[in-house]
Design a binder for this molecule. Sequence first.
Ligand code: UD1
Length: 420
Amino acid sequence: MDSFLIKGGVPLHGEVTISGSKNAVLPLMAATLLTADTCVIRNVPDLSDVRFMGKILESLGAEVKFADGTVTIRAAKVKGFGDYEMIRKMRGSICILGPLLARLREASVSLPGGCVIGTRPIDLHLKGLKALGAKLDIANGYINAKTKRLVGTMLFLGGRAGPTVLGTANIMMAATLAEGVTVIESAACEPEVCDVANFLVSMGAKITGIGSPTLTITGVDRLHGTDYEVIPDRIEACTFLCAAAATKGEVLVHGARPEHFAAVLDKLREAGVKVEPKAGALLVKSTARIKPTDVTTLPYAGFPTDVQAQFMALMCRAPGISVITERIFESRFMHVAELARLGAEISIEGPSAIVKGGRPLSGAPVMASDLRASAALVIAGLAATGTTQVHRIYHLDRGYERMEEKLRKLGARIERVEGE
Ligand code: UD1
């Protein structure tokens, strides 16, 4: 297993370009199962999760070609039986269930896996599909779904922690080919969900209320092929903003859409980090002392749970106490123990992490536990003095395109060590 070797203490300086959004492209790829025509998706990040989704689609009978940041998919003929081992490995794969059911009226897909960030139920996905008229049963690790015809209905998709991102995408995709009108109340409003909706509209779907908690989908008989560019990855953008701030650097971030992460910009500014638009890009600059800042993760447009770990790494640099509260995933504090190895002082009180910032960080071997936790460890390693080795970076490779190359261009001393 590869690791990163980071010699920290160097402020990041220079320019970085943000890649396409992983969390948007995965459901977009699943949506191509809704048509027999060719779909072209551009600005696709080269990530292990994205290639893996390509393999899943191939295993269902689709032709998938990656070339220069573009994926071309033609699902002329598909089967509705997903390979157990493949799907189990990736959370995003649950998104094939809605499209397969809508297209074939019958599908069997294994229960999905993903990051270890808490229990990750799929009850809302199942509730939505049932409401559309699917008969579901779970046996031997598979979800078996069948329907004579999906029929539009009004359904409430909110759960204990608020709306569901992939659940909304899944049900919306299924509803595009259902008979009549589907209204999803408490729909997720994340930019990635809007991207899926816009992609479906470009295929001929009828969807209104995009970006609002009420989505109305009027079923059509068929969808056609499309050529579409995926949105930039707001989580990657926020990761680089936090990394620049934590190392007291100055970085120009290209290609990001600041309107997609206003809550993070607000908190960075509260922490005393300067972030301003400059020539179509975002300039982040951190010269002053970083101020302790409290953050609570919430559904969009609140502070994203996917930036909680990276922001915590930044708060380790802010003298004083910051309270970071996680409201989306209950066990998403796996990075706390690893940050402590670098010298951070953090305690967990229920859903909150109390960061006593300003303690000196010094390099140590640490273990990445999930995608965003890994990014937090890289940020802390860049800010620490001495050498940090981040083990198990396959988690990072799932969601960050050429991270070490991008960081090296910003002056970071970071290397990939193979097989350690
Ligand atoms: C997506 C993102 C993930 C992000 C998360 C929240 C992808 C591939 N992953 O995950 O990076 O952290 O949104 O922004 O896009 N829930 C239920 N029942 C369900 C589904 C979800 O109770 O059927 C709960 C979850 O346990 C969690 C909350 O709802 O507490 C939000 O989860 P959800 O939005 O569904 O996350 P994902 O779509 O899986």
